[in-house]
Design a protein around this ligand. Structure first.
Ligand code: NAD
Ligand code: UFG
Length: 340
Protein backbone atom coordinates (compact mmCIF):
# COMPACT_ATOMS: atom_id res chain seq x y z
CA UNK A 1 0.00 0.00 0.00
CA UNK A 2 1.28 3.48 -0.86
CA UNK A 3 0.84 5.95 1.96
CA UNK A 4 0.11 9.58 1.18
CA UNK A 5 1.80 11.95 3.61
CA UNK A 6 0.94 15.61 4.22
CA UNK A 7 4.10 17.64 4.87
CA UNK A 8 3.36 21.06 6.33
CA UNK A 9 6.25 23.47 5.80
CA UNK A 10 7.60 21.09 3.16
CA UNK A 11 9.21 23.85 1.07
CA UNK A 12 11.45 24.85 3.99
CA UNK A 13 14.90 23.66 4.97
CA UNK A 14 14.18 20.43 6.86
CA UNK A 15 10.81 19.87 5.15
CA UNK A 16 12.30 19.88 1.64
CA UNK A 17 14.98 17.32 2.57
CA UNK A 18 12.35 15.14 4.23
CA UNK A 19 9.99 15.47 1.26
CA UNK A 20 12.81 14.22 -0.95
CA UNK A 21 13.50 11.27 1.37
CA UNK A 22 9.77 10.39 1.43
CA UNK A 23 9.51 10.48 -2.38
CA UNK A 24 12.65 8.39 -2.73
CA UNK A 25 11.20 5.85 -0.30
CA UNK A 26 8.05 5.54 -2.44
CA UNK A 27 5.57 7.65 -0.44
CA UNK A 28 3.19 10.05 -2.13
CA UNK A 29 3.62 13.55 -0.73
CA UNK A 30 1.37 16.58 -0.44
CA UNK A 31 3.19 19.74 0.67
CA UNK A 32 1.28 22.57 2.33
CA UNK A 33 3.38 25.71 2.74
CA UNK A 34 2.53 29.42 2.74
CA UNK A 35 6.10 30.23 1.54
CA UNK A 36 6.56 32.84 4.30
CA UNK A 37 10.13 31.59 4.76
CA UNK A 38 10.82 29.53 1.65
CA UNK A 39 10.70 29.38 -2.12
CA UNK A 40 8.79 26.99 -4.40
CA UNK A 41 12.16 26.53 -6.13
CA UNK A 42 13.15 24.09 -3.36
CA UNK A 43 10.41 21.68 -4.47
CA UNK A 44 11.35 22.04 -8.16
CA UNK A 45 14.87 21.05 -7.15
CA UNK A 46 13.54 18.08 -5.14
CA UNK A 47 11.81 16.92 -8.33
CA UNK A 48 15.05 17.41 -10.28
CA UNK A 49 16.95 15.21 -7.84
CA UNK A 50 14.54 12.30 -7.62
CA UNK A 51 12.42 12.58 -10.77
CA UNK A 52 9.19 12.78 -8.73
CA UNK A 53 7.31 15.81 -7.49
CA UNK A 54 5.12 16.33 -4.46
CA UNK A 55 1.69 17.88 -4.92
CA UNK A 56 2.24 21.46 -3.77
CA UNK A 57 -0.54 23.50 -2.17
CA UNK A 58 0.34 27.07 -1.30
CA UNK A 59 -1.62 27.83 1.83
CA UNK A 60 -1.59 28.35 5.56
CA UNK A 61 -2.01 25.82 8.36
CA UNK A 62 -4.24 28.39 10.11
CA UNK A 63 -6.77 28.24 7.24
CA UNK A 64 -9.56 25.94 8.54
CA UNK A 65 -11.49 25.80 5.26
CA UNK A 66 -8.40 24.99 3.20
CA UNK A 67 -7.39 22.17 5.56
CA UNK A 68 -10.87 20.64 5.57
CA UNK A 69 -10.91 20.75 1.79
CA UNK A 70 -7.40 19.27 1.61
CA UNK A 71 -8.28 16.32 3.87
CA UNK A 72 -11.47 15.67 1.87
CA UNK A 73 -9.73 15.72 -1.51
CA UNK A 74 -6.60 13.78 -0.46
CA UNK A 75 -6.52 10.47 1.37
CA UNK A 76 -3.82 11.34 3.90
CA UNK A 77 -2.36 8.64 6.19
CA UNK A 78 -0.10 10.83 8.32
CA UNK A 79 1.11 14.40 8.75
CA UNK A 80 4.70 15.53 9.17
CA UNK A 81 4.29 18.97 10.72
CA UNK A 82 7.24 21.30 10.06
CA UNK A 83 5.33 24.54 9.40
CA UNK A 84 6.12 27.29 11.86
CA UNK A 85 8.31 30.26 12.58
CA UNK A 86 11.74 29.53 14.06
CA UNK A 87 13.75 32.65 14.80
CA UNK A 88 14.42 33.06 18.51
CA UNK A 89 15.21 36.81 18.28
CA UNK A 90 12.17 37.55 16.11
CA UNK A 91 9.95 35.65 18.56
CA UNK A 92 10.93 38.11 21.30
CA UNK A 93 9.96 41.05 19.09
CA UNK A 94 6.80 39.49 17.62
CA UNK A 95 5.47 36.99 20.19
CA UNK A 96 1.92 37.03 18.81
CA UNK A 97 3.14 35.90 15.38
CA UNK A 98 4.87 32.95 17.04
CA UNK A 99 1.92 31.89 19.19
CA UNK A 100 -0.40 32.34 16.21
CA UNK A 101 1.68 30.40 13.63
CA UNK A 102 3.16 27.77 15.89
CA UNK A 103 0.48 27.19 18.54
CA UNK A 104 -2.81 28.30 16.95
CA UNK A 105 -1.63 26.83 13.62
CA UNK A 106 -0.99 23.46 15.25
CA UNK A 107 -4.42 23.57 16.94
CA UNK A 108 -6.13 24.23 13.60
CA UNK A 109 -4.15 21.44 11.95
CA UNK A 110 -5.07 18.92 14.69
CA UNK A 111 -8.74 19.95 14.53
CA UNK A 112 -8.79 19.31 10.78
CA UNK A 113 -6.96 15.99 11.24
CA UNK A 114 -9.43 14.80 13.89
CA UNK A 115 -12.33 15.93 11.71
CA UNK A 116 -10.93 13.88 8.81
CA UNK A 117 -10.04 10.87 10.96
CA UNK A 118 -6.28 11.23 10.45
CA UNK A 119 -4.51 10.53 13.75
CA UNK A 120 -0.83 10.03 12.84
CA UNK A 121 1.33 13.08 13.45
CA UNK A 122 5.08 13.76 13.57
CA UNK A 123 5.87 17.11 15.18
CA UNK A 124 9.08 19.15 14.78
CA UNK A 125 10.07 19.95 18.33
CA UNK A 126 13.41 21.17 19.56
CA UNK A 127 16.06 20.52 22.20
CA UNK A 128 15.17 24.00 23.39
CA UNK A 129 12.31 22.41 25.42
CA UNK A 130 14.92 21.01 27.84
CA UNK A 131 15.82 24.56 28.94
CA UNK A 132 19.18 24.49 30.71
CA UNK A 133 19.79 20.85 31.69
CA UNK A 134 22.23 20.22 34.53
CA UNK A 135 23.56 17.00 33.02
CA UNK A 136 24.81 15.86 29.61
CA UNK A 137 23.97 14.01 27.43
CA UNK A 138 20.26 14.87 27.40
CA UNK A 139 17.78 12.00 27.65
CA UNK A 140 14.11 12.20 26.71
CA UNK A 141 13.05 11.54 30.31
CA UNK A 142 14.83 14.69 31.56
CA UNK A 143 12.29 17.25 32.74
CA UNK A 144 11.39 19.94 30.24
CA UNK A 145 12.83 23.26 31.31
CA UNK A 146 11.72 26.84 31.16
CA UNK A 147 12.43 28.06 27.62
CA UNK A 148 13.85 31.57 27.67
CA UNK A 149 11.91 32.95 24.68
CA UNK A 150 8.47 32.83 22.99
CA UNK A 151 9.75 30.49 20.23
CA UNK A 152 10.83 27.89 22.80
CA UNK A 153 7.61 28.34 24.77
CA UNK A 154 5.56 27.84 21.59
CA UNK A 155 7.31 24.47 20.99
CA UNK A 156 6.69 23.36 24.59
CA UNK A 157 3.04 24.47 24.40
CA UNK A 158 2.50 22.38 21.27
CA UNK A 159 4.18 19.37 22.92
CA UNK A 160 1.84 19.79 25.92
CA UNK A 161 -1.27 20.18 23.81
CA UNK A 162 -0.37 17.09 21.79
CA UNK A 163 0.08 15.11 25.02
CA UNK A 164 -3.37 16.27 26.16
CA UNK A 165 -4.86 15.37 22.80
CA UNK A 166 -3.46 11.83 22.88
CA UNK A 167 -4.81 11.37 26.43
CA UNK A 168 -8.25 12.48 25.27
CA UNK A 169 -8.49 10.05 22.36
CA UNK A 170 -6.50 6.80 22.11
CA UNK A 171 -6.56 6.83 18.33
CA UNK A 172 -3.82 9.47 18.16
CA UNK A 173 -0.27 8.35 17.40
CA UNK A 174 2.16 11.21 17.83
CA UNK A 175 5.94 11.57 17.58
CA UNK A 176 7.57 14.53 19.27
CA UNK A 177 10.96 14.78 17.57
CA UNK A 178 13.36 16.94 19.52
CA UNK A 179 15.96 18.11 17.03
CA UNK A 180 19.37 19.20 18.15
CA UNK A 181 21.20 21.50 15.67
CA UNK A 182 20.35 20.72 12.03
CA UNK A 183 23.09 21.62 9.51
CA UNK A 184 24.29 20.54 6.06
CA UNK A 185 22.53 20.12 2.75
CA UNK A 186 21.72 17.42 0.21
CA UNK A 187 24.92 16.07 -1.37
CA UNK A 188 23.78 17.23 -4.83
CA UNK A 189 24.20 20.87 -3.75
CA UNK A 190 20.72 21.55 -5.15
CA UNK A 191 18.78 22.01 -1.91
CA UNK A 192 19.92 23.50 1.38
CA UNK A 193 19.25 26.14 3.99
CA UNK A 194 18.31 29.56 2.62
CA UNK A 195 17.96 31.96 5.54
CA UNK A 196 16.09 35.20 5.00
CA UNK A 197 18.36 38.20 5.74
CA UNK A 198 21.16 37.98 8.28
CA UNK A 199 21.54 34.37 9.50
CA UNK A 200 20.94 33.72 13.21
CA UNK A 201 22.46 30.27 13.25
CA UNK A 202 26.14 29.41 13.30
CA UNK A 203 26.66 27.41 10.10
CA UNK A 204 24.73 29.68 7.71
CA UNK A 205 26.67 32.62 9.16
CA UNK A 206 30.02 30.83 8.83
CA UNK A 207 29.32 29.84 5.23
CA UNK A 208 28.33 33.39 4.27
CA UNK A 209 31.58 34.66 5.78
CA UNK A 210 33.52 32.03 3.83
CA UNK A 211 31.90 33.06 0.54
CA UNK A 212 32.59 36.73 1.26
CA UNK A 213 28.98 37.92 1.75
CA UNK A 214 29.68 38.71 5.41
CA UNK A 215 32.94 40.08 6.77
CA UNK A 216 33.47 38.32 10.04
CA UNK A 217 31.82 35.88 12.43
CA UNK A 218 31.13 36.99 15.99
CA UNK A 219 31.77 34.09 18.36
CA UNK A 220 29.26 34.60 21.16
CA UNK A 221 31.16 33.95 24.38
CA UNK A 222 34.61 32.49 25.01
CA UNK A 223 34.21 32.09 28.76
CA UNK A 224 31.84 29.12 28.98
CA UNK A 225 32.95 26.16 31.08
CA UNK A 226 33.70 24.10 27.94
CA UNK A 227 36.91 22.72 26.41
CA UNK A 228 37.85 26.00 24.69
CA UNK A 229 35.37 28.41 26.30
CA UNK A 230 32.95 28.52 23.35
CA UNK A 231 29.46 27.00 23.20
CA UNK A 232 29.09 23.27 22.48
CA UNK A 233 26.21 21.85 20.42
CA UNK A 234 25.14 18.57 18.82
CA UNK A 235 25.12 19.31 15.08
CA UNK A 236 23.20 16.82 12.98
CA UNK A 237 23.20 16.46 9.19
CA UNK A 238 19.80 17.40 7.74
CA UNK A 239 19.71 14.18 5.73
CA UNK A 240 20.17 12.11 8.87
CA UNK A 241 17.32 14.17 10.33
CA UNK A 242 15.18 13.43 7.25
CA UNK A 243 15.92 9.70 7.63
CA UNK A 244 14.94 9.98 11.31
CA UNK A 245 11.53 11.28 10.24
CA UNK A 246 10.99 8.30 7.97
CA UNK A 247 11.87 5.93 10.82
CA UNK A 248 9.55 7.79 13.20
CA UNK A 249 6.77 7.74 10.62
CA UNK A 250 7.10 3.98 10.05
CA UNK A 251 7.06 3.44 13.81
CA UNK A 252 4.03 5.58 14.67
CA UNK A 253 2.01 4.00 11.85
CA UNK A 254 2.27 0.78 13.92
CA UNK A 255 1.37 2.12 17.39
CA UNK A 256 -0.59 4.76 19.28
CA UNK A 257 0.08 7.28 22.03
CA UNK A 258 2.83 9.89 22.29
CA UNK A 259 6.47 9.02 21.75
CA UNK A 260 9.37 11.39 22.27
CA UNK A 261 12.66 10.92 20.47
CA UNK A 262 15.83 13.01 20.46
CA UNK A 263 17.31 13.38 17.00
CA UNK A 264 20.98 14.14 17.53
CA UNK A 265 24.36 12.48 17.05
CA UNK A 266 25.39 12.27 20.69
CA UNK A 267 28.55 14.30 19.98
CA UNK A 268 29.12 17.93 20.89
CA UNK A 269 31.43 20.34 19.04
CA UNK A 270 32.48 23.83 20.10
CA UNK A 271 32.12 26.92 17.94
CA UNK A 272 35.90 27.04 17.37
CA UNK A 273 35.94 23.35 16.34
CA UNK A 274 33.16 24.11 13.88
CA UNK A 275 35.08 27.02 12.38
CA UNK A 276 38.20 24.90 11.92
CA UNK A 277 36.25 22.03 10.35
CA UNK A 278 34.52 24.42 7.96
CA UNK A 279 37.82 26.02 6.94
CA UNK A 280 39.21 22.58 6.22
CA UNK A 281 36.23 21.49 4.11
CA UNK A 282 35.96 24.74 2.14
CA UNK A 283 39.62 25.76 1.87
CA UNK A 284 38.47 29.28 2.81
CA UNK A 285 39.39 31.33 5.84
CA UNK A 286 36.64 32.24 8.29
CA UNK A 287 37.72 35.40 10.11
CA UNK A 288 36.13 35.72 13.54
CA UNK A 289 36.21 37.77 16.70
CA UNK A 290 35.34 36.73 20.23
CA UNK A 291 32.51 38.82 21.66
CA UNK A 292 30.10 38.80 24.61
CA UNK A 293 27.78 35.84 25.21
CA UNK A 294 24.44 35.96 23.37
CA UNK A 295 21.62 36.36 25.92
CA UNK A 296 19.63 33.14 26.40
CA UNK A 297 22.41 30.82 25.11
CA UNK A 298 23.46 27.82 27.17
CA UNK A 299 27.03 26.52 27.50
CA UNK A 300 26.50 23.06 26.09
CA UNK A 301 23.81 20.81 24.72
CA UNK A 302 24.07 17.35 23.25
CA UNK A 303 21.77 14.40 22.91
CA UNK A 304 21.69 10.91 24.22
CA UNK A 305 20.41 9.29 21.00
CA UNK A 306 20.03 5.77 22.51
CA UNK A 307 16.21 5.78 22.65
CA UNK A 308 15.90 6.60 18.95
CA UNK A 309 18.53 3.95 18.13
CA UNK A 310 16.65 1.28 20.10
CA UNK A 311 13.08 2.17 19.17
CA UNK A 312 13.46 3.61 15.66
CA UNK A 313 16.43 1.60 14.48
CA UNK A 314 17.90 4.93 13.41
CA UNK A 315 21.28 6.51 13.97
CA UNK A 316 22.88 9.64 12.52
CA UNK A 317 25.51 8.38 10.07
CA UNK A 318 27.17 11.52 8.75
CA UNK A 319 30.11 13.07 10.58
CA UNK A 320 31.41 16.62 10.78
CA UNK A 321 33.49 16.56 7.54
CA UNK A 322 30.40 15.55 5.54
CA UNK A 323 28.22 18.18 7.24
CA UNK A 324 30.78 20.84 6.35
CA UNK A 325 31.48 19.66 2.79
CA UNK A 326 27.75 19.52 1.99
CA UNK A 327 27.07 22.95 3.53
CA UNK A 328 29.90 24.43 1.48
CA UNK A 329 28.85 22.73 -1.79
CA UNK A 330 25.35 24.19 -1.40
CA UNK A 331 26.63 27.65 -0.44
CA UNK A 332 29.24 27.81 -3.22
CA UNK A 333 26.79 26.68 -5.92
CA UNK A 334 23.97 28.93 -4.66
CA UNK A 335 25.53 32.09 -3.23
CA UNK A 336 22.10 33.78 -3.29
CA UNK A 337 20.26 30.69 -2.01
CA UNK A 338 17.11 30.14 -4.08
CA UNK A 339 17.26 33.81 -5.08
CA UNK A 340 14.18 34.83 -3.10
P1 NAD B 1 11.99 26.73 7.64
O1 NAD B 1 11.58 28.12 8.00
O2 NAD B 1 12.99 26.55 6.57
O3 NAD B 1 10.69 25.87 7.27
C1 NAD B 1 9.42 26.13 7.82
C2 NAD B 1 8.44 26.20 6.66
O4 NAD B 1 7.12 26.42 7.17
C3 NAD B 1 8.73 27.34 5.68
O5 NAD B 1 8.75 26.83 4.37
C4 NAD B 1 7.59 28.32 5.88
O6 NAD B 1 7.27 29.01 4.70
C5 NAD B 1 6.48 27.39 6.36
N1 NAD B 1 5.45 28.02 7.21
C6 NAD B 1 5.66 28.80 8.31
N2 NAD B 1 4.47 29.16 8.85
C7 NAD B 1 3.52 28.57 8.09
C8 NAD B 1 2.11 28.55 8.15
N3 NAD B 1 1.44 29.24 9.09
N4 NAD B 1 1.42 27.85 7.21
C9 NAD B 1 2.09 27.16 6.24
N5 NAD B 1 3.42 27.16 6.13
C10 NAD B 1 4.13 27.85 7.06
O7 NAD B 1 12.46 26.03 9.00
P2 NAD B 1 13.18 24.63 9.24
O8 NAD B 1 14.55 24.89 9.73
O9 NAD B 1 12.97 23.74 8.08
O10 NAD B 1 12.34 24.11 10.49
C11 NAD B 1 11.23 23.24 10.35
C12 NAD B 1 10.62 22.99 11.73
O11 NAD B 1 11.61 22.44 12.58
C13 NAD B 1 10.11 24.25 12.41
O12 NAD B 1 8.89 23.92 13.08
C14 NAD B 1 11.19 24.56 13.41
O13 NAD B 1 10.69 25.27 14.52
C15 NAD B 1 11.67 23.18 13.79
N6 NAD B 1 13.07 23.17 14.29
C16 NAD B 1 14.05 23.73 13.52
C17 NAD B 1 15.36 23.77 14.00
C18 NAD B 1 16.47 24.40 13.18
O14 NAD B 1 17.50 24.74 13.77
N7 NAD B 1 16.33 24.55 11.87
C19 NAD B 1 15.67 23.23 15.28
C20 NAD B 1 14.63 22.65 16.02
C21 NAD B 1 13.34 22.64 15.51
N1 UFG C 1 27.00 31.22 17.55
C1 UFG C 1 28.04 32.12 17.42
N2 UFG C 1 27.92 33.10 16.46
C2 UFG C 1 26.84 33.20 15.64
C3 UFG C 1 25.78 32.25 15.79
C4 UFG C 1 25.91 31.28 16.77
O1 UFG C 1 29.02 32.08 18.15
O2 UFG C 1 26.79 34.12 14.80
C5 UFG C 1 27.14 30.15 18.56
C6 UFG C 1 26.06 30.17 19.63
O3 UFG C 1 26.40 31.02 20.68
C7 UFG C 1 25.98 28.68 20.01
C8 UFG C 1 26.31 27.96 18.71
O4 UFG C 1 27.00 28.91 17.89
O5 UFG C 1 26.98 28.38 20.94
C9 UFG C 1 25.08 27.47 17.97
O6 UFG C 1 24.17 28.56 17.78
P1 UFG C 1 22.92 28.47 16.80
O7 UFG C 1 22.25 29.81 16.81
O8 UFG C 1 23.32 27.91 15.49
O9 UFG C 1 22.00 27.37 17.49
P2 UFG C 1 21.38 27.34 18.95
O10 UFG C 1 21.92 26.13 19.63
O11 UFG C 1 21.49 28.62 19.65
O12 UFG C 1 19.82 27.19 18.60
C10 UFG C 1 19.35 26.13 17.81
C11 UFG C 1 18.13 26.57 17.00
C12 UFG C 1 16.99 26.92 17.90
C13 UFG C 1 16.72 25.80 18.83
C14 UFG C 1 17.98 25.41 19.57
C15 UFG C 1 17.80 24.21 20.43
O13 UFG C 1 18.45 27.70 16.22
O14 UFG C 1 15.85 27.13 17.11
O15 UFG C 1 19.00 25.10 18.63
O16 UFG C 1 17.30 23.17 19.67
F1 UFG C 1 15.77 26.19 19.72
Amino acid sequence: MTYKILVTGGAGYIGSHTTLALLEAGYEVVVLDNLCNSSPESLLRVARICGKAPLFIQGDIRDHALLDELFISQRISAVLHFAGLKSVGESVRKPLDYYDNNVAGSVTLCQAMAHAGVFNLVFSSSATVYGEPTQMPIREDFPTGVPTNPYGRSKLMVEDLLQDLAKSDPRWSIALLRYFNPVGAHQSGLIGEDPNGLPNNLLPYVSQVAIGKLKQLSVFGADYPTLDGTGVRDYIHVQDLADGHLSALRTILQKTGVNIWNLGTGIGYSVLEMIRAFEQASGRAVPYKLVERRPGDIAECWADPTKAANELDWKAKRGLPEMMADTWRWQAANPQGYGR
